[in-house]
Design a protein around this ligand. Structure first.
Ligand code: CA
Length: 619
């Protein structure tokens, strides 16, 4: 019932002309709550939920709309109605009546809108972007009145690292200028959809309603405002989606459409979390099965994307959010865990509708080959094509974690970065890979480096200048750490200054320590320089075998060259650059972009211990 009230509330907010529904038949739920005309794929599947609705006949008359099928499932409270929308159909309100005999037992008016074809929407993201990942519960609390709400189970408790802390959409909107000034171009926000769970409801990955923003974060309207404010600043919005599972309190868990809506086991069986089984030529069928059909967690029922209605439900859900909120991209959670044929179909449907769009899948796998399997167009022996344009570079993250800490060796230390990149031949599109030093699931980079800020700067210099699309985890620019707490909650700490009563406001310069300010300025400088640097976005990459602790690479195109040096030595290192002569003429001059120092003679360079230099060469 809670769900139905939300749906009705959504209708009223989004479509004032639908008051009729609330007045007449408030017991009916339909998802998607409305739709658009003009998609390439002409069919629309409506999930209709209402008591004993399956015993009714469906009456739809609207010019251009054809009723293709009405399907019943095991549960009489569901109907699945498939419509075909011809391109000539006009936007408007579509009456739908449900009859028993001649009696109308339920009716609704379904809205069809024209599409928003603004060029500023659905832009995708690419190596010209820098993605900022933030966890909305932990970023900033812009509205304390939504912290605790009737009907929402888990209250705010900031003393619990794994509890809700009260951050919300308004908190993000209030700090968009901060992010713009910092120089990031795209926001990946952990899921904002309703998570009405008893515990761990803050992280967003236990969705209990696929069409509603969690009211503790705001409303669907607030999400539209967020999108609008992001786009007004020339930035992009990436939505975090989850198809593998839902939250155990999802409304349909109390009244499943059919037993095969979720992957049921005789007793609780969790996934083996071994994503490699999907592409492993030697994996046993049972291991593959347990990976895909096993549950991620007891509170996260595993969805069966092979159910054709659920499959379409999920595909439409993503298209609905893209169109509704003007998304530029999607980050798909636990990408290998759902059935892979469905995921390929989803990727194709989305990219067919939005050719400039981009989707990055979380394929958390240790080797370039195992990640490359999941990228669109991969020449896999089993013929699988994911239609997933982008993947995360987990192998490079693994290398980064130790590259500046362990002693260099034949394949150790800084050589790891070189070795991982040298395997890029396995990727169909090495430029469409998102690289990162940390995220919401792993320890902050600074913690893995014994709080050595020099190594953090080396990692940032690297991900911001090598190939691919860099992603920065919120608070990196403020030297946020994990500290001694345990559990994922502590990886996702609150930004100081985002919450009432914070002792200082690190969003403002005057609230930062000198070290925090130094890091903020450092990242800001590199980001703003990078923004205008096409050679970093699309130029070629050439790297030299690391020698004597120094990794050197060049980005170049026809008009521009940048030289990047990472000194992994713990001592000041002076060395001659003669071996780089193919890219570095003897007369070359340049400017180091972090210090701003002009270098009139690049034949000999002196590098600080554990440091990065980014040298813009003069032509
Ligand atoms: Ca709040």
């Amino acid at each position: 019932m809670i769900r139905i009230l939300f749906i009705i509330a959504g209708f009223l907010i989004l479509s004032p002309n639908l008051n009729l529904i609330a007045q007449n038949k408030p017991e009916l739920g339909i998802e998607p709550p409305f739709w658009w005309i003009g998609f390439n794929y002409p069919e629309l599947l409506l999930l209709v939920y209402g008591e004993a609705i399956s015993g009714t006949t469906v009456d739809i008359r609207y010019p251009g709309i054809e009723l293709i099928s009405v399907d019943t499932v095991r549960n009489p409270n569901y109907l699945f109605v498939t419509l075909r929308i011809s391109p000539e159909t006009k936007p408007g309100s579509l009456p739908i009546r449900f009859r028993k005999g001649k009696t109308v037992v339920a009716e609704t008016v379904y809205s069809l809108y024209g599409r928003n074809n603004s060029m500023e929407l659905h832009q995708g993201f690419d190596p010209s972007d820098v993605i900022y990942l933030l966890m909305p519960d932990r970023f900033a609390n812009g509205d304390t009145t939504n912290d605790n709400l009737p009907g929402m189970i888990q209250p705010v408790d900031r003393s619990d690292p794994n509890g809700r802390h009260g951050g919300d959409i308004l908190g993000i909107i209030n700090h968009l200028d901060y992010l713009k000034d910092l120089g990031v171009t795209s926001l990946w926000i952990n899921p904002l959809l309703e998570n009405n769970q008893e515990v761990y409801s803050y992280h967003g990955y236990s969705i209990t309603n696929f069409y509603e923003i969690d009211p503790r974060f705001g409303t669907n309207q607030d999400y539209l405002k967020l999108s609008d404010e992001i786009h007004r600043r020339g930035m992009k919005l990436i939505m975090d989606m989850v198809f593998n599972h839902c939250g155990s309190n999802h409304w349909w868990m109390k009244d499943l459409p059919s037993p095969d809506w979720i992957n049921e086991w005789p007793e609780y069986t969790h996934s083996n979390y071994r994503g490699g089984t999907v592409s492993d030529p030697y994996a046993t069928p049972s291991d593959k099965e347990t990976f895909v059909r096993g549950w991620f967690d007891k509170t996260m029922p595993d969805l069966n994307q092979h159910n054709p209605f659920l499959k379409n439900y999920l595909i439409q859900n993503s298209i609905w959010w893209i169109e509704y909120a003007g998304l530029d991209g999607i980050r798909q959670d636990t990408h290998p865990y759902p059935f892979k044929d469905m995921m390929a179909e989803w990727g194709k449907r989305v990219m067919d509708e939005y050719p400039d769009f981009n989707i990055v899948g979380e394929c958390w796998l240790p080797y370039p080959a195992s990640v490359a399997y999941w990228q669109k167009g991969a020449r896999n022996r089993d013929g699988y094509n994911s239609n997933l344009p982008a993947v995360f570079d987990f192998p490079l993250y693994d290398a980064l974690k130790v590259a500046f800490s362990e002693p260099d060796g034949w394949s150790k230390g800084i050589l790891r970065l070189y070795d991982v990149l040298s395997q890029d031949f396995v990727y169909e599109d090495p430029s469409n890979i998102v690289l990162f030093a940390d995220n919401h699931d792993i320890n902050r980079y600074l913690d893995t480096q014994g709080d050595d800020i020099r190594k953090l700067k080396m990692a940032m210099a690297f991900i911001l200048t090598t190939r691919g699309i860099p992603q920065i985890y919120y608070g990196t620019e403020l030297l946020m750490t994990t500290g001694e707490d345990e559990g994922h909650g502590s990886i996702r700490k609150d930004v100081m200054g985002g919450f009432p009563g914070d002792e200082r406001n690190t969003f403002l310069q005057k609230g930062r320590s000198p070290e925090e300010q130094d890091m903020y300025t450092w990242i800001q400088k590199v980001l703003h320089w990078r923004k205008g640097k096409e050679v970093i976005h699309s130029g070629q990459l050439r790297h030299f075998i690391p020698e004597d602790g120094i990794y050197t690479y060049f980005r170049y195109n026809e008009t521009d060259t940048v030289m990047i040096l990472l000194n992994n030595n713990d001592t000041v290192t002076t060395f001659k650059t003669g071996r780089f002569s193919d890219f570095l003429p003897a007369t070359a001059k340049g400017k180091e972009i972090i210090t701003g120092i002009q270098l009139s003679d690049l034949s000999t360079l002196t590098l600080d211990p554990k440091s990065a230099q980014i040298i813009d060469l003069e032509n």
